[in-house]
Design a protein around this ligand. Structure first.
Ligand SMILES: [Zn+2]
Length: 435
């Protein structure tokens, strides 16, 4: 049995409204998936609402989430436009305890893309306010050209997803954003890095002393583009897409060597029925479930085959996200830290079965992949929120029915939805030492 710090997943979407629908896992189900997977803090995203400031947008999202989560949570604030009073808005965001803003270099048609001047301004001002700018980096023009070529060739089925979002789009955008950030003298963090070229560009920038950080996801490490050749291509549609195997190998190396800081899942669960609504690769709802399987997968394919040490696993899944996003009491088991902990156990290899996992998606893109460890207990601030497949809520009901088992002494030992609270990030004021 191994006691591990509670995992921080710095990139999830629970109850995301997008393209006229909402993702299958709301905060109640999503946070339970997290608890069952050993994740004790999640960082979700707040939409930048029309006519609202960044702070007002964050507060609206906080209000929606309040009272639902069984694990702790905090937010990244999307920034899809630059208002006149940007400086004041960023300061307000910091005062609310939100330590990062997210910008996009694509999704122009959806109104998400920031032009380069806007991005440069956000990076410069965020640095002054002590905030980190996270970036979804795919070059919009490269994507537009790939799409036009695919449409001309009539190659737009679900299986064309990877060809319509080529790796060059990510590499070009990452290189460009690194240049912009260097001139703006601010730190940037790349979300869901999926290519060898992006990892190399990040490594070079860090070698020059630039404050550039990155996350990747288990699906980019463990799955590859061959998934799009099958009949089940829709199950693997997320953005950016799965790549060739050489990219996965490069990402493992970058993760071990320190060029990639964090593991996130970009959990964005749709049911297969929702996925089936889209006919072309542009219409299929992009996103996959993942928060419940990340620790098991990283333990099984990172630590067990010695690609990563156990200490490095704790860095990338716990310590680094806590440090980068200002969660001062999270990420370690130590005096003065919250008692967020996971009891893990090695086990005989067994295949993941989507239907048995808690997500309302009903499937996992890792279906049939063997894992050789499991999460037995998850504690958030000292309370059990999941134990051997039972939720904190189920345990609470057992306690109330007088069915106490050994370690559970009473209601004060267990917790269900609503126990998870908003964690206000502490913002290091001014530019200063990028962590
Ligand atoms: Zn995302």
């Amino acid at each position: 049995m191994l006691l591990f710090p509670g995992v921080i997943d710095p990139h999830v979407h629970f109850g995301l409204r997008s393209r006229g629908t909402v993702t299958a896992d709301d905060f109640v189900i999503g946070s339970l998936c997290a608890a069952e997977g050993g994740v004790t803090t999640v960082i979700d995203y707040a939409d930048h609402l029309p006519g609202a400031s960044l702070g007002e947008s964050a507060q609206a999202r906080m209000g929606e989430i309040q009272g639902q989560s069984c694990v702790d949570w905090t937010l990244h604030q999307n920034a899809v436009r630059v208002d006149q009073d940007l400086v004041r808005q960023l300061e307000q965001l910091g005062q609310l305890g939100v330590s990062s803003v997210k910008c996009f270099t694509t999704y122009k048609e959806a109104g998400y893309m920031l032009a380069e001047e806007g991005l440069a301004q956000v990076v410069a001002e965020a640095a002054q306010a002590g905030l980190l700018v996270t970036v979804h980096a795919e070059d919009d023009q490269v994507l537009a050209r790939a799409r036009a070529a695919a449409e001309a060739a009539g190659d737009v089925g679900p299986g064309a997803h990877g060809r319509c979002r080529p790796s060059e789009a990510e590499v070009a955008a990452v290189e460009r954003v690194i240049e912009i950030a260097a001139r703006a003298e601010g730190p940037v963090y790349f979300v869901h890095v999926s290519t060898a070229g992006a990892a190399q560009a990040i490594e070079r920038a860090r070698g020059r002393g630039q404050a550039v950080f990155a996350e990747t996801c288990p699906h980019y490490l463990l799955l590859d583009e061959s998934a799009y050749a099958g009949a089940e291509a829709r199950r693997f549609i997320m953005s950016p897409p799965l790549r060739g195997r050489e990219h996965g190998r490069a990402l493992w190396r970058a993760l071990a060597a320190g060029a990639i800081d964090c593991i996130s899942t970009d959990h964005c669960a749709y049911t297969l029925e929702q996925k089936e609504l889209g006919q072309t690769c542009f219409e299929v709802l992009p996103g996959i479930p993942g928060v419940h399987t990340s620790l098991m997968l990283m333990g099984s394919y990172g630590v067990a085959p010695r690609r990563l040490s156990l200490a490095r696993l704790a860095q990338v899944m716990c310590e680094a996200p806590a440090r980068l996003f200002g969660l001062g009491r999270k990420g370690r088991i130590a005096p003065g830290f919250d008692a967020d902990m996971v009891l893990m156990e090695p086990c005989m290899p067994r295949p993941l079965v989507g239907a048995e996992l808690g997500s309302a998606a009903g499937y996992t893109p890792f279906e049939g992949i063997d894992v050789c460890c499991r999460v037995r207990r998850t504690y958030v601030r000292g309370r059990l929120v999941a134990a051997d497949g039972r939720s904190g809520q189920a345990l609470l009901e057992m306690v109330r029915a007088g069915l106490l088992d050994g370690e559970v002494q009473g209601e004060q030992d267990v917790a269900g939805p609503g126990w998870g609270k908003f964690i206000a990030a502490s913002i290091s004021s001014g530019t200063g030492d990028w962590r």
